[in-house]
Structure formats: structure tokens, C-alpha cells
Design a protein around this ligand. Structure first.
Ligand code: ATP
Ligand code: MG
Length: 545
């Protein structure tokens, strides 16, 4: 399977900005809708690939006129809005290292990232300016703040984007960009510690487009919706680059999660392929079935999920309520594209994240570098060399190097591979529980807890124990109106013992209103652990609890 089938680069032009815009126009798609924008209040606008080409070019000219040079770091700090996409592609056309920041970040989170990256510029909006100005003096590298919604320049270094765009041409000849040129800088979600800046290169587009075609199954007439925010890797790899490099029409929705609005959108816009996350799906599961009966999702062909393990219960719900399989996909900020996945045509084993993408070599590798036999739990590793592999942790070369051992990239996740080549996620290596010499997967216990009526959310950790080394502690959030009592506790214990193993049966339960999650929706087990131990939770900059 050659990548050229999806992205022709015969002239050595790998520029993501160019490939997502000009190439599509050259392919005859200038008049095709690239983005159907739907605002928080239902307002709608259509942008063609021709519009994307012109608007991103205009932005590239702004960058050039301000004196930005290839390799300078530029961040976009905005909520979902059309300008995010134009500026992202325009900055890439100018060969800037382009980062996207989740719009809810507070000062500390911003300072960490802008300082670490030595950012030279940032695009934001007036209402976020205060936050930036409070940390400004700690950011000597930051030369320009551009405001998307200021009609006039505010100061010599706080500029109006509309004014700059008004002075700039919408034609930009993208300089030849070799495959290895740095492209996107994405900070990891910070689930295990301080977020790390994973630096990517333009070559990543090869795998992002191939997986968009071969895994997401995108076809020219699709209407595709990726719910991920551009602040996270899914939002750029599969909310911008993959689909647009294939000339696919995307819906972008500028409002937060709302079950009824989401279903309305799926129906009204005839979404055919939908990429979302387990947290959102688990939230949908909490809704009354009557809500879903109101909508006709006949056009929806495929549903995908990423970011956390997909509990089997969610797959069963998808079959019942959506009448479709939900395909779990696994990847990381560092991998840039889907690595291990379920997909149309591959039989789903609920609870498994599927098999590696063609051309990606995965294995469970022991500490001494030997590949483990089937069904042994251990370090999930990837053979370096795939097109969208990160090339460094920005300004953190030591930590980057530690990720590679015995010729493998160590993902930091624990999994097992079965005899048919399917991978089963157990947990992040730090989260897998070692109790009395047995390894217990927090994910398996969490999934089993969700199967018990009355449990809305679950989070499972290992806590130090004199006798067992670690004991299993379960946190649960109950559905509205459900009361915690000893009968329910007994039911949960029995269920885990039967479904998972007696070793996995929680020694202790704690009931919470909500399970803490970070801003990308991931369960924060390290926070649960700290809470349990009465410790400080450390860096919680990406937390939303
Ligand atoms: P940090 O590296 O800063 O601790 P993070 O690992 O959460 O944060 P991301 O790169 O956003 O940052 O997330 C990748 C991780 O998310 C994976 O290593 C894995 O632990 C988890 N993950 C993603 N998709 C899946 C999936 N389908 N199944 C299980 N886990 C998943
Ligand atoms: Mg990680």
C-alpha cells in the first residue's frame, strides 16, 4: 500500500498546509466544502477548499510580514472557531513550528508551555489577553500577541489580526518543505506528570492521511465529524490534517458536549463518519434511551473512539442504541497517528484495542529487550520509524532518549497481545496494580464496575498495602437517585470477583460525585491516588474537576 495513493508528493513538497489546501484545489476541489462551521448558537458557515487555500495563505503572509522565520514557535490559543484552522494551516505553510493550546488553560498551564517552547508569537482573543499579560514578563521570547477579535492594533506588539489580514495578499507560494521539516508541537495531556512537548515533522501527513483513509475509511462523499479539541493530538491529526489532506468535508462544532445537540448535529448534517472519545460516549450512556429514539442516524456509517480504553459496556451500548459498532483506536501525542486499532472489516473483540495499522510494528517487550510470548502482560512498544513519529520532546532530549531501549520505542502503556494478534490495554505502566504478585488492570475493573446497574463512572487505583504490596481501591460515581449501601458494595465485589478475578476485587470503595478527569476527558488516576493517600496531586494544570 503506497502512501502516494493518498498524498502525491512527487516534487518533494511535504508541507501539510500546502497539501491540505492548494493540492486539493489543484485536484479540482476548490469549490468543494472543506468545513461546515456550526457555532454554539447554531449559526452556520461553509468554507470551500478554495477558501481554506486563500485564508491560510493570507495568514502565512501575515507571519512572513511580521518577520517570523521557519522554525520559530507560534501558538494558537483559541476556542474552536474558523480562524483556528486558517491560522494553523497558514503557520505551517510558513514552516513555523505550530502549537495549539486548549482554550481553557489557565495562566500556569500557559506559562509552562509558552516558556518551555520559547514561543515567539501567539494568536488569541481579547477575553484571554488578561491571562497572557499576567505572565508576559516571564516570557522574554514572546514578541507578538495577535488578537483575532480586535479591530485595531492595541500596542506595537499586541496586534489586530483582522487589520494584518487586511493588508496581506491571499496568494502564498509555499516554499518547498522537505519531509523532515518540523511541523506541529503538541504538549501531551499531562496524565502522568508534567506535559511534554512532542515535536512532529511534515512527513507525519503521510500516515495521518493513510490512516484517515484505511482506518476511518473516509471516502470522497463523506461528511466527517471529529469532536476532539485542536488542543489535543486527535484534534489536529484527525480534525485537520488527515481528512483535509484527502479532500474530505468536515463538520466543526464550536460548542461543548450536549447530548441532544450532538445527536441533532449527527442527524441534521448527515454525518457519515464520527470520531469521538470514551468519556463523551460514557456521558451519552447516562442519557435516557428515549432521547436517542428521536433521531434518525441512518447516514452514520462508522463511529470511532480514542483517548482512553473503550469499555466493552460502551460497545454494547453502541450496538443497542446506535445500531453500530464503535471502533476503538489507540495512539499517543508522540505517535502522531493511529497505531493500533479496530476498524471496519476487522472483527471486534470488545475490550481489545484491535491490531496494528499496516506498516506499524508493535510488540510486548520485556525489560531485557526480548519480545514476550502471546498473552504475557508487559510494556507496549513500537518499532521506531513510522512516518508520524515524534522527533523529540522539545528542549527535553534526555527524557526523549529514555523512551527508546533495545531498538524499541516504549509507549509507557502496559498491554498484552493475544494469539490472534489483538492488543488488550491494561493501563499506563504506572497505573497497573501489583497485588500479591498478580497484575491487575485498572481498566478491566473499571469496565466491570460500569456493568453494574447504578454505577455511572468508575476509577480504580492501587494503594500501598503492607500485606499485598498494593491493594485495589475503587472509586465510583453513582447514577442520580442511587444510594450507596452495603448491599450495593457486596454486589460490586461479587461482580468483580466473577467477571475479572478474586485478586482484582477491590479491598476498598470510595464514592465520589464525579471521577476526576483532565481537560481531554481522561480519568486522572494519579489524582485519585493522591486523594486517597492525602497527598498533593502535583501538577494538575490540565485538570478539570
Ligand atoms: P502524559 O503523557 O502527559 O501523561 P497522556 O499520555 O494522557 O499524558 P496523550 O498522548 O494525550 O497524553 O494520551 C496518550 C495515552 O492515552 C496513551 O498512552 C494511553 O495511555 C491512552 N490512550 C489513548 N487511546 C487509548 C485507547 N484506545 N485505549 C487505551 N488507552 C488509550
Ligand atoms: Mg503519555
Amino acid at each position: 500500500m503506497t502512501t502516494e495513493r493518498f498524498i502525491p508528493t512527487p516534487d518533494g513538497q511535504y508541507n501539510i498546509g500546502h497539501l491540505c489546501t492548494r493540492l486539493q484545489c489543484d485536484r479540482g476541489l476548490a469549490g468543494k466544502t472543506a468545513m461546515r462551521w456550526i457555532g454554539a448558537h447554531g449559526e452556520q458557515a461553509e468554507y470551500t477548499f478554495g477558501d481554506l487555500e486563500r485564508e491560510s495563505s493570507r495568514f502565512a503572509n501575515v507571519m512572513q510580514n511580521l518577520g517570523f522565520l521557519p522554525g520559530d514557535v507560534f501558538f494558537i490559543f483559541l476556542p474552536k472557531m474558523p480562524e483556528v484552522y486558517f491560522s494553523f494551516l497558514g503557520a505551517l505553510k510558513s514552516r513555523l513550528i505550530t502549537g495549539t493550546l486548549f482554550s481553557n488553560f489557565g495562566e500556569e498551564a500557559l506559562l509552562d508551555r509558552l516558556d518551555d517552547a520559547k514561543a515567539k508569537g501567539i494568536l488569541t482573543r481579547k477575553s484571554y489577553l488578561k491571562k497572557l499579560l499576567r505572565i508576559r514578563e516571564k516570557l522574554p521570547h514572546l514578541k507578538f500577541i495577535l488578537l483575532v477579535d480586535a479591530a485595531e492594533h492595541q500596542a506595537s506588539d499586541i496586534l489586530s489580526l483582522p487589520a494584518l489580514l487586511g493588508e496581506s495578499s491571499d496568494c502564498f507560494e509555499t516554499p518547498l518543505t522537505p519531509a523532515e521539516t518540523p511541523s506541529v508541537l503538541h504538549y501531551t495531556s499531562g496524565s502522568t506528570g508534567k506535559p511534554k512537548g512532542a515535536l512532529h515533522r511534515h512527513r507525519s501527513v503521510l500516515l495521518q492521511s493513510r490512516t484517515a483513509a484505511e482506518v476511518l475509511g473516509l471516502r470522497p462523499d463523506d461528511i466527517y465529524w471529529c469532536t476532539a479539541d485542536h488542543g489535543w493530538v486527535t484534534g489536529t491529526s484527525y480534525g485537520i490534517i488527515g481528512p483535509w489532506s484527502l479532500g474530505i468535508t468536515q463538520v466543526h462544532f464550536g460548542a461543548a458536549y450536549d447530548a441532544a445537540k450532538w445527536f441533532e448535529l449527527l442527524e441534521k448534517h448527515g454525518v457519515t463518519v464520527w470520531y469521538t472519545a470514551p468519556t463523551a460516549l460514557r456521558m451519552l450512556m447516562r442519557e435516557e434511551p428515549a432521547l436517542f429514539a428521536r433521531f434518525n442516524l441512518a447516514k452514520l456509517r462508522h463511529v470511532f473512539s480514542v483517548g482512553e480504553p473503550l469499555n466493552p459496556e460502551v460497545i454494547h451500548w453502541g450496538r443497542k442504541v446506535l445500531g453500530r459498532d464503535i471502533y476503538d483506536t489507540w495512539f499517543q501525542t508522540e505517535t502522531g497517528a493511529i497505531m493500533i486499532t479496530n476498524r471496519p472489516g476487522l472483527t471486534i473483540k470488545p475490550g481489545s484495542m484491535g491490531t496494528p495499522v499496516a506498516g506499524v510494528e508493535a510488540a510486548i517487550v520485556r525489560d531485557d529487550g526480548k519480545v514476550s510470548p502471546d498473552n504475557e502482560q508487559g510494556n507496549l512498544c513500537l518499532r521506531p520509524g513510522w512516518d508520524s513519529m515524534f522527533v523529540s520532546y522539545y528542549h527535553n532530549e534526555d527524557v526523549y532518549r529514555q523512551k527508546f531501549k533495545h531498538g524499541w520505542y516504549r509507549t509507557g502503556d502496559t498491554a498484552r497481545r493475544d494469539s490472534e494478534g489483538y492488543y488488550w490495554f491494561m493501563g499506563r505502566s504506572d497505573d497497573v496494580i501489583n497485588t500479591a504478585g498478580h497484575l491487575v488492570s485498572p481498566f478491566e475493573v473499571e469496565s466491570a464496575l460500569l456493568e453494574v446497574e447504578g454505577v455511572a463512572e468508575s476509577g480504580v487505583i492501587g494503594a500501598p498495602d503492607d500485606l499485598l504490596w498494593e491493594k485495589v481501591v475503587a472509586f465510583v460515581a453513582l447514577r442520580k437517585g442511587v444510594a450507596w449501601n452495603s448491599a450495593l458494595e457486596l454486589k460490586l465485589r461479587l461482580h468483580i470477583s466473577n467477571r475479572v478475578s478474586t485478586m482484582a476485587t477491590p479491598q476498598e470503595f470510595r464514592v465520589l460525585d464525579n471521577i476526576p478527569k483532565n481537560k481531554s476527558g481522561k480519568i486522572m488516576r494519579r489524582v485519585l491516588r493522591a486523594q486517597y493517600l492525602g497527598q498533593d496531586a502535583g501538577d494538575v494544570s490540565t485538570l478539570d474537576i
